[in-house]
Design a binder for this molecule. Sequence first.
Ligand code: C5P
Length: 222
Amino acid sequence: FKAGPLQGKRIIVTSGPTHEPIDPVRYIANRSSGAQGTALARALSALGAEIVFITGPARVAPPAGVAVVAVESAREMAAAVEAALPADAAVFAAAVADWHVTTASDRKLKKSKDGLPHLQFGENPDILRTVAQRTVERPKLVVGFAAETNDVLENATAKRVRKGCDWIVANDVSPETGIMGGAENAIVLIGEEGAENWPRMSKEAVAEQLAERIAAALTYIS
Ligand code: C5P
């Protein structure tokens, strides 16, 4: 039993990078640490929510006291999210790879015998878009993240409409910001009514304030 404004609410949180296999020992990944998604799951859990935490291979440990589903690839993450529905809200903080290697080998590629590898790519399922555009079992609140390096507000506003989600949490992941893989975040929260610029703060503080907003929204919606 957990008290709090999110008591009785089930929330899916995706987090971390994905690993897209090239062969049994090699993969393509990205620099996501899983810090923001993990902090968010912890903050939502602290407000009483039942969390299904679906995480790629992250650098930070998952929060205690939540159900953890560990996955590697985007396709595995998509299947885990589908299996976790229905939910009251879904927050997609994972940095999902856009592509997987369609020519992945089930044996380790060898330098001498195979020459230079020629990788071919196929598109990964867009988990956020698929869930946001569901006609049955759509969570009441669907939140996406947008990691941008330029024109953050413009790109993320367009992304919210394109994906069909309720909110986009946008941030600038240009290397000089130190945000991706770092301890702090500066977000723009974009909803139907407009955009709010939040000051730079720790990822924990961003998580706590976002969790409060999610709690307020779910109370209002249901
Ligand atoms: O299109 P883009 O990757 O920038 O969108 C980012 C948002 O979409 C994030 O919330 C991310 O978790 C989600 N996403 C997803 N599945 C993908 C790609 C992105 O859920 N294949």
